[in-house]
Design a protein. Structure first.
Length: 335
């Protein structure tokens, strides 16, 4: 494979790399060092069409349909993906991650699901230092190169900066689309760097809560401001700037916050946005070793098994006195 360009992404602990390459993903060798190969499909449809990566892999005796019959992890309901059992590329063990459009949206819409799935799998014993992928949806599915590339890069950048344990992301395109892909890659990188320089702000605390619990979030906000008047607190109801892309602003603010205070309730764990905020903070905490997450258990709920080891302040059932005391204690530890 031929390197066209690369984007170095600095985190709190290491530098990770997004590479744009020209080549053929169906001909991976042990020298490519790939731990996870991403392929895209329609829901439960692994037809080996002539122009698809699935078809090229089938002609080299790797059947995605066969792998689908015995998945290592089926994450499609939450993340549009499933992970295969071990396969081998030129003798090197690896896994296939199949992302299926249609479960939760189109290829541009589910690009973030791919990296959310990798973040979730970070607590599973699956090596993922090097991930290789095509521009999902830009082949047989016919989505524009620019929109899919932008969705992939924006999602990859956010999760890599949070500490997603991928050292190198290889985005591989065929020679016929290499020039267009390179143009989009450079344009998106330059635009993103300019935007980040202009909008980056740091916060001491990010309040993560379900909107049904806004009254308790405001109480927590008042307690924090009373204990630490100089702290910058991200509270979406008052912090978001009119006219800004609110999803991007929340992501940037979350990644630039020193601590994250999460209010555990049934609605919190039902909300995709809340789960994403928690997963982003959890991933950064795992990567940096810093104490970033400070959950408050506000109302009885089912905490996802993977996160039950994260210590929390006990404030059930919505005890406002305990909530205020927990926030004041949080401020003393975080000063």
């Amino acid at each position: 494979m031929r390197l066209l360009d690369q984007w170095n992404v600095r985190t709190e602990s290491v530098v990770r790399t997004i590479e744009l390459l020209e080549g053929d993903l169906s001909q991976l060798s042990s020298q490519d060092g790939v731990d996870i190969l991403v392929v895209s499909a329609f829901p439960n449809d692994y037809t080996a069409t002539r122009g698809s990566l699935i078809g090229a892999l089938y002609r080299r005796r790797l059947s995605i349909a066969t792998l689908a019959e015995s998945k290592l992890a089926d994450l499609r309901q939450d993340f549009s993906c499933w992970l295969s059992r071990t396969v081998h590329f030129d003798g090197r063990p690896a896994h296939v991650l199949c992302v299926e459009s249609g479960w939760r949206g189109t290829p541009p819409e589910i690009a973030d699901d791919l990296f959310r799935a990798l973040a979730t799998a970070s607590v599973v014993d699956v090596e993922k230092s090097v991930v290789a992928m095509p521009v999902i949806g830009a082949g047989d599915q016919g989505y524009p190169m620019g929109s899919v590339m932008e969705a992939i890069l924006n999602s990859a950048l956010s999760w890599l900066r949070r500490g997603l344990p991928v050292q190198r992301l290889k985005i591989v395109v065929r020679p016929a689309s290499a020039a267009e892909a390179l143009k989009e890659f450079v344009s998106i990188r330059e635009k993103t760097d300019r935007s980040r320089e202009a909008s980056a702000q740091s916060y001491d605390v990010f309040l993560s809560y379900a909107h049904v619990d806004e009254a308790f979030a405001k109480l927590a906000l008042d307690a924090i401001r009373g204990a630490q008047p100089h702290w910058r607190v991200f509270f979406d109801r008052t912090t978001l700037a009119p006219g800004m892309s609110w999803l991007m602003e929340i992501a940037e603010s979350l990644d630039n916050s020193r601590r994250v205070l999460a209010l555990y309730t049934p609605e919190y764990w039902k909300s995709r946005f809340c789960r994403d905020e928690f997963l982003a903070a959890f991933t950064r905490q795992q990567d940096s070793g810093a104490e970033i997450l400070s959950p408050v258990y506000l109302r009885t709920t089912q905490i996802p098994y993977l996160f039950r080891t994260v210590q929390y302040a006990e404030c059930r059932e919505a005890d406002t006195n305990k909530l205020t005391a927990a926030c004041e204690a949080f401020c003393r530890v975080g000063d």
